[in-house]
Ligand binder design. Structure first.
Ligand SMILES: CC(C)(COP(=O)(O)OP(=O)(O)OC[C@H]1O[C@@H](n2cnc3c(N)ncnc32)[C@H](O)[C@@H]1OP(=O)(O)O)[C@@H](O)C(=O)NCCC(=O)NCCS
Length: 214
C-alpha cells in the first residue's frame, strides 16, 4: 500500500469518489460538490486540508485519506475506500501510515478521528491503528437528511437554530415544506428558498438569496 498526494491526473477519479454515495458509505456526510471546487481544494498549496490516494502495489487506486486541522497542533483524519476493496485490511494499513507520517512531518500534538457510533468498521480501523477511544459526541446533528426529518430532532435543532439571526431553508419543492415544518414544530420563522426545476441548487443561487435577506 502506498499513500501519495492527490495529483492532477487523479482529480477526475477523486472528484467522482467524493460525490459518490456508494463510495461514501452509510455514515460519511452526503456531499455533492462541484468538480471545480473539489479540484481547487486539492490544488491549493496553502490549503490545510490534504488528500492522499491509497494505491495498491500494482498501482490500482482504491480510496483516499485526508487530514485537516481542527485546532492548533491538532489534525483530524478521515478515510474512504471503494466498496470492492473493503474488508481486506487496506484502510488499517493506510491509517497507520498516515498517523506515522503526520507525527514525523508535522508539528502536532494530537491526531484524532471521528466515526459514527454505528460505523463499527471505521472504529475497528482506528483502534487497530492505535487510536484511543475517548468518548461519544452527543447531540451532533446527523449527516443524513432522513435522520433530521424523521424523527425531527427538535431539541437539538431548536437550540442550534435559535442562536441564528436568520434561518434560510433552500429546498427542492414547491410548497416550502421544511420551512413550514420548522415553523409549525419549532416556531422558527424560516425564510424559504424553494426550487422546483428538478435541478440541484448552485452556490450562486443560495448566495444571492443570503445577500437579499441579510
Ligand atoms: C471504514 C472503511 C474505510 C474501512 O476500510 P476497510 O479497509 O474495509 O477496513 P479493514 O479491512 O481494515 O477492516 C477493519 C476491521 O473491520 C472489520 N470489519 C470489516 N467489515 C466489517 C463489518 N461489516 N462489520 C464488522 N466488522 C467489519 C474487519 O474485520 C477489521 O477488523 P479487524 O481489524 O479486527 O480484523 C471502509 O469500510 C469505508 O470506506 N467505508 C465507507 C466510508 C467510511 O465510513 N469512512 C470512515 C469515516 S469515519
Amino acid at each position: 500500500m502506498n499513500l501519495r498526494v492527490v495529483e492532477k491526473e487523479d482529480l477526475p477519479l477523486f472528484a467522482e469518489w467524493w460525490n459518490n454515495l456508494e463510495v461514501a458509505g452509510e455514515y460519511v456526510p452526503l456531499r455533492q460538490d462541484r468538480r471545480t471546487e473539489i479540484e481547487k481544494r486539492c490544488d491549493d498549496p496553502n490549503s490545510e486540508n490534504k488528500f492522499f490516494i491509497m494505491e495498491k502495489k500494482d498501482g490500482s487506486k482504491i480510496g483516499f485519506v485526508g487530514h485537516f486541522p481542527t485546532a492548533e497542533k491538532l489534525l483530524e483524519i478521515g478515510f474512504v475506500l471503494i466498496p470492492s476493496e473493503r474488508g481486506k485490511g487496506y484502510c488499517t494499513e493506510a491509517a497507520k501510515i498516515m498517523v506515522d507520517y503526520l507525527f514525523l512531518s508535522r508539528d502536532v500534538v494530537r491526531i484524532q478521528a471521528q466515526a459514527d457510533t454505528r460505523n463499527i468498521t471505521s472504529q475497528k480501523v482506528l483502534e487497530s491503528s492505535d487510536f484511543k477511544r475517548e468518548g461519544v459526541v452527543r447531540n451532533k446533528l446527523g449527516s443524513r437528511g432522513e435522520e433530521l426529518l424523521n424523527p425531527l430532532p427538535e431539541a437539538q435543532l431548536s437550540k442550534f437554530l435559535k442562536e441564528a439571526k436568520k434561518v434560510l431553508v433552500p429546498e427542492l419543492n414547491y410548497t416550502s415544506q421544511f420551512a413550514n415544518l420548522l415553523r409549525a414544530r419549532l416556531g422558527i420563522d424560516a425564510i424559504s428558498l424553494a426550487k422546483t426545476e428538478g435541478l440541484p441548487f448552485t452556490p450562486d443561487e443560495i448566495l444571492r438569496k443570503i445577500e437579499e435577506v441579510a
